[in-house]
Design a protein around this ligand. Structure first.
Ligand code: SF4
Length: 508
């Protein structure tokens, strides 16, 4: 019998670096990364999880990043009618402010009743690190129930609880029996995985194990859309094929999570995010994952719509929608291509999402000589080459000569931008945008992550870039009047990854 890729027997998700060979630092041509990823995919270990890993450029320090626990905060902590208990010191709860803002804005954007997040922290102190924090966890879970009567309670772990070894699974089982609702442990301590995207997988693992309905009644017109907080562009689009949308995980209710197993298929706007849950739903409940390029640019969107049409038996409707959409955007797309000719763009976002945005930029005729992703997965959980989002960009739109992987390291970002000197950058994590501004480069922070998806997304992104370029002179003025916080030696340095290659320089 073939070995199951997703192991739901244990409460602990297998880390991305173990499952997929994920790396967080690399520098070279996109085509070389795609080639090395393909080699890694073929696997000396025969695809049993023991593949050759991609070579990674390891640096002597990390300037700043995010952890899996924080990602669980903005995933499980953004499910409606549930509570997330962070079993951690209060410092791990600092992200609650941001998750609340994302949650409230997301609800408003989708025309849902606006409310605040329900995240409680067990507030571990020094003495708990010595005597154990299980009693505090019990009290916090009980408080969550008494205050909110939620339909599910998630418990996230932290570095501290992993060190002291509190029996979180035991408490979750005890309260599942006592409260008669799913109480779901999510093992996501920050030091367990080198990349924060393991936090997506950890949340999805808990949902698959304890929330998804085990005896589903199939809904042949329901499509799971694994996304974040973006505007509702999938309802009208998939409505053209007679399909309904089940948005997951952020902003979903517990019932929406439960019906994941009843859908006709699963799609995502980014394979980094959707990989684990989509593969798990297919493996455990027979819900097919759409295996196609992501819905970005004409080529990717056509293939994605066609595959949804095929899997849901709506081929004719899919073809009619493709034809109608091409006609709708044709005129403005041609105008945008003329207006953006010779403009140079740079993308700095999460991995698969960056591949999608680059495709749209190239569709618009923008030159993309450099880009940065915050990590790289050589393969996604399905292992299907049709989901090879990096190869899709290269095969259809050409190579990217300066393609880097760096998990939000500001000091490297300076050198990477200097190397290709773009006219603008597209960014998702805004912390890097001020640095670009100081170099005279305007940044488009894609707050609504659906802005560039599908046919309308091509036009949306083109218009956004035109708006951005109107700020170019302002940014150039800014660059004339600010000082960067680096010594001349680093400002003159040509290789942003020199510290990885020659770590001794740090102590000189
Ligand atoms: S879980 Fe660990 S890495 Fe994450 S915020 Fe808490 S202490 Fe920091």
């Amino acid at each position: 019998m073939a070995k199951k890729k997703i192991n739901l027997k244990t409460t602990v998700v297998e880390n991305r670096e173990q499952r997929l060979g994920t790396i967080i630092a690399w520098d070279g041509k996109a085509s070389d990364l795609a080639k090395e990823s393909a080699f890694s995919r073929q696997g000396c270990g025969g695809g049993d999880g023991n593949q050759c890993n991609l070579c990674e450029v390891r640096g002597p320090f990390t300037q700043g990043s995010v952890c899996s626990e924080q990602i669980v905060g903005c995933q499980a902590g953004n499910v409606r009618n549930s509570v997330l208990v962070q079993h951690s010191p209060i410092g791990c709860g600092a992200g609650q402010v941001e998750w609340n803002s994302l949650f409230r804005n997301g609800l408003a954007q989708r025309n849902l009743p606006v409310e605040s997040i329900r995240i409680l922290c067990s507030n571990l102190k020094e003495s708990d690190m010595v005597f154990g924090g299980v009693e505090k966890l019990r009290n916090t879970v009980q408080d969550a129930w008494d205050r909110y009567k939620p339909e599910a309670i998630f418990i996230s772990t932290s570095c501290s609880t992993a060190i002291i070894g509190d029996d979180i699974d035991g408490v979750a089982t005890e309260f599942t029996e006592k409260l008669k609702i799913p109480v779901v442990p999510l093992h996501c301590e920050g030091f367990r995985s080198k990349h924060w995207s393991t936090g997506f997988d950890s949340t999805q693992h808990g949902i698959l194990r304890q929330i998804v309905r085990k005896n589903p009644k199939k809904q042949e017109d329901l499509v799971n859309v694994i996304n974040l907080w973006g505007s509702d562009i999938f309802t009208p689009m998939l409505g053209e094929l007679g399909l309904r949308v089940n948005y997951i995980v952020d902003l979903a209710t517990v019932e929406q999570l439960a019906q994941l197993s009843e859908a006709a298929c699963t799609v995502g706007f980014c394979y980094t995010l959707s990989s684990y849950l989509a593969a798990g739903l297919e493996q455990e409940f027979g819900v097919p994952e759409i295996k196609a390029p992501q819905p970005y640019g004409l080529v990717g969107t056509d293939a994605w719509i066609r595959e949804i049409g095929r899997v849901t038996n709506r081929e004719e409707k899919a073809e009619a929608y493709i034809e109608k959409s091409h006609k709708k955007i044709e005129k403005r797309l041609n105008e945008l291509r003329k207006e953006l000719k010779g403009v140079k763009g740079y993308v700095a976002t999460g991995s698969a999402y960056a591949h999608g945005i680059i495709a749209v930029l190239k569709e618009l005729g923008v030159e993309v000589n450099g880009s940065l992703t915050f990590h790289h997965d050589p393969v996604y959980d399905s292992g299907d080459p049709k989901q090879d989002s990096l190869a899709h960009v290269i095969d259809n739109y050409g190579d990217i000569p300066s393609f880097s992987v760096s998990n939000r390291q500001q000091f490297q970002f300076y050198g990477l931008l200097k190397r290709v000197n773009p006219d603008f950058i597209i960014i998702r994590h805004n912390g890097l945008a001020p640095l670009a501004s100081r170099l005279g480069i305007p940044a488009a922070p894609l707050g609504d992550e659906h802005i560039a998806v599908a046919y309308d997304g091509i036009i949306n992104l083109g218009e956004t870039i035109l708006d951005l370029l109107a700020h170019k002179t302002f940014h150039e003025d800014l660059a004339q009047h600010v000082k960067l916080p680096y010594k001349k030696w680093w400002l003159d340095q040509e290789d942003p990854f020199i510290l990885s290659k020659e770590p001794n320089i740090v102590s000189q």
